[in-house]
Design a protein around this ligand. Structure first.
Ligand code: KE4
Length: 428
């Protein structure tokens, strides 16, 4: 990277006023070393730093920029909505159109409630499941990250794992005691949890493809088992598709695997880059929410017209452009380049990849769960991260994240990035 003096000065100021100098921990580069750059602008698949460095971006603001940054259609939708104001605190027409789009694209969703982040979506889904079932306990999977929800920051992934504190401080033991943690891809562990807590488990929440400790894919039949056990035990099955929703298919992972969850948590893409979250599912369950039912959930800016307009544009573009075959091609281009380079170098490498999502594990064996992920050689990832950054490619600043591809990567960017990442592997 060129000089970072402007970013360095900004970071020094930020650290005086913002804890760690960042408004979200994973941005702090704590696990990869060095200091974060500050972004001045973003267009297509590129970031421009405050120091004028151009980077091919594989973070895509952690998922929302599926059409690339500053997409003209999304920007035009925001500008049009902005002419009428920024927030009304009343129902607005955009909310109805957004709800209709989500219900159309995600068939398991019969009713949906908008909120302002993925964290709110998962937090509210858990509360709704507890209110609907009258039960207290929940099952989550080690390494899955569902945002910074008290009952879910137990053996969590993403930034919590990156910083080495998957079990956050500040959560009463009494809260954590209601959360049962099981290993992903461990059928016996899930069965045992249900057997040990008969009729006590309100919800099982899962990232169907965990993407917050790298990217992990289900063993054959595992997700189907979760569905059948939840049905058998009267437990609400929550798919956290905040990251995978609309990214891996219009209907998310649940469309790919043909499994119907009871509730789905959504976020990121549906806001087109503006703050958003949503949760939806069976009408029978959703109608337990206030003002109809006894489960309270609310938000000043929920259904914000600017975020709704941006999300409607982003979802509509997915419907008309159908970029998913392109994502398969772009994703496999990167995967092949990485694996070929690792084979030449003699480095053990796993590159789980589904469409526009991929991760990089320096591991002899495929990564099937949290323990496999943390056993991978993260020092190699950090070397790859820093080589790539030095040569104009920005990967997520943690081995416990997933890389994102957008439609704007198509063409020269994906070829250039593949070359640089292959050279990065060779340099380890
Ligand atoms: P937000 O509250 O950050 O909108 O969403 C929380 C969330 C919920 N569920 C899943 C599956 C998620 O991946 C996330 C958030 N993803 C992280 C990146 N792994 C956001 C980046 C950050 O924490 O700054």
């Amino acid at each position: 990277m060129d000089s970072q003096q402007i970013s360095t000065d900004l970071f020094a100021r930020a650290q005086q006023l913002i804890p760690g100098g960042v408004n979200s921990p994973v941005r702090a580069f704590r696990s990869v070393g060095g200091a974060p750059f500050f972004t001045q602008s973003a267009n297509g698949a590129h970031l421009t730093t405050a120091d004028g460095t151009d980077l091919i971006d594989f973070v895509c603001t952690w998922g929302p920029a599926i059409h690339g940054h500053n997409d003209p259609d999304v920007r035009a939708a925001i500008a049009k909505a902005l002419e009428n104001g920024t927030s009304f605190g009343t129902p607005n027409p955009y909310e109805v159109e957004m709800a209709e789009l989500i219900v159309e694209m995600v068939p398991s969703v019969e009713k949906v409630r908008m909120c302002n982040s993925g964290t709110e979506a998962t937090m509210s889904s858990i509360r709704l499941a507890r209110g609907y079932t009258g039960r207290d306990k929940i099952i989550k999977f080690a390494g899955c990250f569902h945002g910074h929800v008290d009952s879910l920051l137990v053996k969590a992934g993403s930034g919590a794992l990156t910083l080495g504190n998957p079990d956050s401080a500040g959560i009463p033991a009494s809260f954590a005691a209601e959360t049962i943690v099981v290993d992903y891809n461990d059928p016996e562990g899930v069965r045992a949890a249900f057997e040990q807590h008969p009729e006590q488990i309100a919800a099982l929440i899962v990232e169907p493809y965990p993407a917050n400790c790298g990217l992990i894919l289900p063993d054959k039949g595992f997700l189907e088992l979760l569905r059948s056990l939840c049905t058998e035990h009267g437990t609400v099955l929550i798919f956290d598709e905040v990251m995978t929703g609309f990214r891996l298919a219009k209907g998310g992972v649940q469309e790919l695997v043909d499994i119907t969850p009871d509730i789905t948590a959504l976020g990121k893409i549906i806001g087109g880059g503006l703050p958003v979250g949503a949760f939806g599912g069976k009408a029978e369950i959703m109608d337990y929410l206030a003002p109809l039912g006894p489960v309270y959930q609310a938000g000043t800016l929920s259904g914000n017209p600017l975020a709704m307009a941006a999300g409607i544009a982003a979802l509509t573009k997915l419907k008309t452009d159908n970029p998913y075959p392109l994502f398969d091609t772009l994703g496999s281009t990167i995967r092949t380049a990485l694996l070929d380079a690792a084979q030449t170098k003699g480095l053990p490498l796993q590159v789980p990849q589904v469409g526009s999502m991929f991760a990089v594990f320096f591991s002899e064996e495929p990564v099937r769960n949290y323990d496999d992920a943390i056993a991978s050689t993260t020092s190699h990832f950090n070397k790859l991260f820093n080589y790539a950054l030095e040569h104009g490619v920005y990967l997520p600043p943690s081995a416990y994240e997933t890389c994102f591809i957008c439609t704007a990567h198509n063409g020269a960017d994906i070829e250039r990035a593949a070359e640089i990442l292959a050279a990065g592997i060779a340099s380890i």
